[in-house]
Design a protein around this ligand. Structure first.
Ligand SMILES: [Cu+2]
Length: 124
């Protein structure tokens, strides 16, 4: 008799906690996260303004294959000088574009004003 009572109580607990056979809805995620690709077919173009003897933004993180265009909004000429590439001096409203094909951290400065510095970080 005691055993039956225990089974009854356990069944009652099961009904209270798990319901009467009500099925829990199974949610199957359909969205998938795009795996990063090295060929980066959706290459992006980024802009860096040169204004008040400063790069804006001074630090930028992009993906390999993306390009960056620096536009000079100052009244004096500036340039972009990095270890692996550099521009000529370019004047007001002129710009320089470079496409970053390789990953890495590219520190650069302005030729005429070496205290003007910036960093482009290129990820996969
Ligand atoms: Cu400069």
């Amino acid at each position: 008799m005691k055993k039956i009572a225990i089974i009854f109580v356990l069944s009652l607990i099961q009904i209270v906690f798990f319901g009467c056979g009500e099925k829990a809805e199974t949610v199957i995620p359909t969205a998938s996260i795009d795996a990063p690709t090295s060929d980066n077919t959706g290459a992006q173009s980024y802009s860096v303004n040169i204004s008040g003897y400063a790069f804006d933004p001074a630090e930028l993180t992009i993906v390999a294959g993306d390009s960056v265009t620096w536009t000079n909004l100052d009244s004096v000429a500036h340039s972009i000088v990095a270890d692996s590439f550099s521009s000529d001096n370019f004047s007001t409203n002129e710009s320089f574009t470079y496409t970053f094909d390789a990953t890495g951290v590219y520190e650069y400065f302005c030729g005429p004003h070496p205290n003007m510095t910036g960093i482009i970080t290129v990820t996969k």
